[in-house]
Write a new protein. Structure first.
Length: 169
């Protein structure tokens, strides 16, 4: 019992440590739709801009249909274009495939919930990450969130296997 309680506490602390940003991945035909969310409000930063990049390890990210989910006085959320046009190099295994944007906070906080939606990932991507861009655009900072892109064949095989298991019972 003590081991189980210890495991639960460790998992709870680990989830709190990486709780701020999440990337939602939803299948859409042969592509995947992505959303960026925060489970905590983003406090006003005195006019500071926070730059982020949404990067994939292969394929591409399109922001043609992407939108900011909130607006109002005191903050601004923007999608600014693809990372190669911003002069940013690669981020390790993620290369330089992706898009970037801005969170700008002044008078008020940005509420928790969905921040951006409508990104489309196409190609052979297996991982997507939300990464901080340094304020002077000289490179990347810390990784804010990471999500796996499920492989369609594996998901189909798991589904078929689940049907066989259900049928046996």
């Amino acid at each position: 019992m003590k081991k189980m309680l210890t495991l639960v506490l460790v998992l709870a602390v680990a989830s709190l440590a990486s709780a701020a940003f999440q990337i939602g991945v939803t299948p859409s035909g042969s592509n995947y739709n992505l959303t960026i969310s925060s489970d905590v409000a983003i406090a006003a930063g005195g006019g500071n801009e926070h730059y982020w990049a949404l990067l994939v390890d292969a394929g591409s990210v399109s922001d043609a249909l992407a939108t900011a989910s909130q607006s109002g006085a005191g903050f601004d959320m923007q999608i600014n274009g693809d990372v190669s046009s911003a002069g940013l190099g690669s981020y390790g295994a993620l290369g330089s495939n992706g898009t970037w944007g801005t969170l700008f906070t002044t008078g008020g906080a940005i509420s928790s919930g969905q921040l951006f939606g409508g990104f489309v990932v196409s190609g052979a991507a297996t991982q997507v990450s939300l990464v901080e861009i340094l304020p002077d655009f000289s490179g990347y900072g810390q990784t804010l969130a990471t999500a796996p892109i499920p492989e369609p064949v594996t998901m189909a095989l798991l589904g078929v296997g689940g049907l066989f298991l259900r049928r046996k019972k």
